[in-house]
Design a protein around this ligand. Sequence first.
Ligand code: ADP
Ligand code: GLC
Length: 468
Amino acid sequence: MEIIHLSAECYPVAKVGGLGDVVGALPKYQNKLGHVAKVVMPAYNTKFLHENDFEVVYDGWVRLGSTNYQARIFREKTNKLGFDLFLVHIAGLFDRDGVYGYGDDTERFLAFQITALDWMAQWEHRPDVIHVHDHHTGLIPFMLGNCFQYRHLNQIPTVLTIHNAQYQGQFGWDKLHYLPAFDLIHTSKLDWGNAINPLAAAIKCAWRVTTVSPSYLEEISYAANGLESLLSQERGKSVGILNGIDVEVWNPLRDSMLGKNYNSRTIESGKRANKEELCRVFNLDVEKPLFTFIGRLVGEKGADLLPDIFYNVLQQSDGEINILVLGSGDPHVEDRLNEITYHYQGKYNAYIGYNEQLSHKIYAGADFLLMPSRVEPCGLNQMYALRYGTIPIVRRIGGLKDTVIDIGDGGFGICHDQSSVWDVSYSIGRAYALYKDQKKVKEIKKYIMSLDHSWDKAAQAYIDLYQM
Ligand code: ADP
Ligand code: GLC
């Protein structure tokens, strides 16, 4: 099958969070299964663009209202990611460093989607499936099915994967004229809550809808930032497929970002060496358990709770634990997390920012990883932690519920039910008690490293879905 993935992120070209990891891995695993999966994404001004060789495969214009933008598509020449990669360059819209967060994101992602379709409309053949990811590519199923200029493509099946229903990309009806012409009888397919809602439009128009874990599919029927009734209505065409991880990129034995590589046989010395490096750099005590948080500092991740949790447990534990945070996001949370450093030197530290290499070092060097998420459609961090022998402490929600079993239930992690300072502090207390039983901890670490979360199974599950 020929599968075209359209996405705003793809690791290592551009990554903000897990969407990038998924789109950087799933197509590679689908190709390994004998299919031809390709990725089409915007050409941001990133290092990848400047350090690789490309050829131009499309040269044209895209019109939004009264503005014409020059649009080009580049193909990476060497297939170095394990799939064909196409970057859509739109002059004035994507020649910037960041992925999201600009005032004209609506225009940027609309121009990207229209250009990608204009290009595919010229192909002599049709791909078997078009797979769109999140709201940034959510208008594609609508445009394929309804816009006059893509009429000849309207039999291509479309799949939408919802990575996060919190973000929907809504914009006002005053921008309707940006879309290529279609019969206005179909406008209701774009509407949700009196706005054009790309995620809602994709849920309505895609042939199939997937969520990134089975539990998240259950949860969005009652918590989906306003889309609950729509998702319940479209439940018949929806399925939850748990994400995998790229076990080539995330392999403690081969990971070139680590100070010391290890496998389950050498886990004790390997993790110890990585912990020593972290503790040296961040002024922490290697003899004490190291708790960590890695992620976007936003409400969904429970990041606003972290400062109070940390003050609480640092005080209660009487200096017997270490905490290290890596993240960026809400400036207020960033400030509070920085502030703790002054009060608990030698026991706590924070790196505010995005640092891919440091994240790998932390998964390897930490003892416990905290994920107090309010919303977690899948979560990849806990799976990386497991692979690196770090015990996850998670709230039972979404993909966390599907991947982590509490030690009290015969499992290997520590779970709680609420995203609250009290629940997370209590879990940290349980982890501290567990840490004192080093024999048990060693057994768990060895066991979690052997769990298989690779993409093999999920890549096939998507193929089965496309075949339907
Ligand atoms: P989300 O996509 O909601 O942010 P995921 O758990 O799916 O959550 O994926 C997060 C990804 O982003 C992981 O690869 C994680 O290691 C990475 N990440 C998050 N914040 C940072 C950061 N500050 N520095 C480096 N990597 C980060
Ligand atoms: C989203 C979700 C996260 C998920 C990721 C990849 O960013 O917030 O839970 O793991 O997408 O699917």
